[in-house]
Design a protein around this ligand. Structure first.
Ligand SMILES: *Cc1c(COP(=O)(O)O)cnc(C)c1O
Length: 378
């Protein structure tokens, strides 16, 4: 079955007991035992919950993986997965990756003896050079946030295999509808489900999918031990959003392409960063590993005054952090999402005050373009 169908018909999408076409919300913390030593399937909702179970199988099915895990946020999903590492271990991560991930890698995990190096993971040789005997994980975002840099997942998974390190991919920007990293040899796929999977700016959640049984056991142990799990209601709400992922992504992506093409022609814009443009660096690699350019794009404006003018002058676009929702969102990453980076590091990566990031929503494209145009003229 194709993914458009799997988004609607997945294990547990119909309740086996009642035939309900919406997964029941099991709003419960604890489950009665048959005897002291005998559980009847479930025991305590931090460990497992029937509503969460359906969500976990759902995301596993979508990513083409065997085991799914749900968390209370994308950061909880990433942090819990990184707890696979121990003191003395080293991580190679995509430079310029999501600010919150950068923050835990530079400000939190070093306190437990886990260090990270940040490199352009689009450059396989640079990744190999950054690997040390202590490297246990490669953590990748492709396209990266917000510079939209592309990394070759097949190449990275070959490097990871050869050096016996775990390849983790944050697939938030693409969603499993457009890109399925496990199919290219990735070990752990991570989502901020807050974004495209939820899709409606109404919840915070994270998801993880793996194939390998031993890895699944280790993650399950940490999910239960750390306990950063979503509520049954949030699991249900997330699944409600996920059902329309195909329709949303198709429409948002089509709109993003038109907006990218419009921006390319504007004098106020120096460069448009959108993986769907065939001029985008590594466009061919992206086209091979994903089935579309997605609905996120960044653009480097001619100067920082015009960037600020657009961000504050739009009326329909919301000036906000976050992305992947039905509402179009405009962000100035240097001042809103990537503050955890030191200023000189941001500058080096091109995350400066001229850069604006656009998350294209479901509004009519003409209205979105008109709004950008009036903000540039004002
Ligand atoms: C938002 C985001 C995260 C963090 O997810 P939360 O749900 O906000 O905790 C991680 N990675 C990327 C790429 C994101 O956009």
């Amino acid at each position: 079955m194709k993914i458009g169908t799997r988004l609607i018909h997945h294990p547990g999408s119909t309740c086996p007991r009642t035939g309900a076409l919406s997964t029941p919300i099991h709003q419960v913390s604890t489950f009665k035992r048959a005897s002291v030593d005998q559980r009847q399937g479930y025991d305590y909702s931090r460990t497992a919950n029937p509503t969460r179970d359906v969500l976990e199988q759902y995301i596993a099915t979508l990513e083409g993986g065997k085991h799914g895990f749900a968390f209370s946020s994308g950061m909880a999903a990433i942090s819990t997965s990184l707890m696979l590492l121990e003191s003395g271990d080293h991580i190679v991560a995509t430079e310029g990756l999501y600010g919150g991930t950068h923050r835990i890698l530079t400000k939190l995990f070093p306190r437990f003896g886990i260090e990270s190096s940040f490199v352009d993971t689009g450059d396989g040789a640079a990744v190999e050079q950054a690997l040390t005997d202590r490297t246990r994980a490669i953590l990748v975002e492709t396209p990266s946030n917000p510079m939209m840099k592309i990394s070759d997942l097949t190449e990275l998974s070959a490097i990871a295999r050869e050096r016996d390190v775990v390849l983790m991919v944050d697939n938030t920007f693409m969603s499993p509808y457009l890109q399925r990293p496990l199919e290219m040899g990735t070990d752990i796929v991570i989502h901020s489900a807050t974004k495209y999977l939820g899709g409606h700016s109404d919840l915070i959640a994270g998801l993880v999918v793996v194939n390998e049984g031993k890895l699944a056991k280790e993650i399950q142990f940490r999910q239960n031990a750390v306990g950063a799990v979503p509520s049954p209601f949030d699991c249900w709400l997330l699944m409600r959003g996920m059902k329309t992922l195909k329709a949303r992504m198709d429409a948002q992506q089509e709109s993003a392409r038109r907006i990218a093409e419009w921006l390319v022609e504007r004098d106020e814009v120096e460069r448009v960063l959108y993986p769907g443009l065939d001029t985008h660096p590594n466009h061919n690699i992206h086209a091979e590993q994903a089935s579309g350019g997605g609905a996120m794009l960044s653009c480097i404006m001619q100067d920082e005054d015009i960037a600020k003018q657009v961000a504050e002058g739009v009326k329909l676009w919301s000036l906000a952090v976050s992305l992947g929702s039905v509402e179009s969102i405009i962000t100035l990453p240097a001042r809103m999402t990537h503050l955890s980076y030191p200023a000189d590091e941001r500058e080096r990566l091109g995350i400066d005050n001229r850069l604006i990031r656009l998350s294209v929503g479901l509004e009519d494209t003409d209205d979105l373009i008109d709004d950008l145009e009036q903000s540039m003229a004002s």
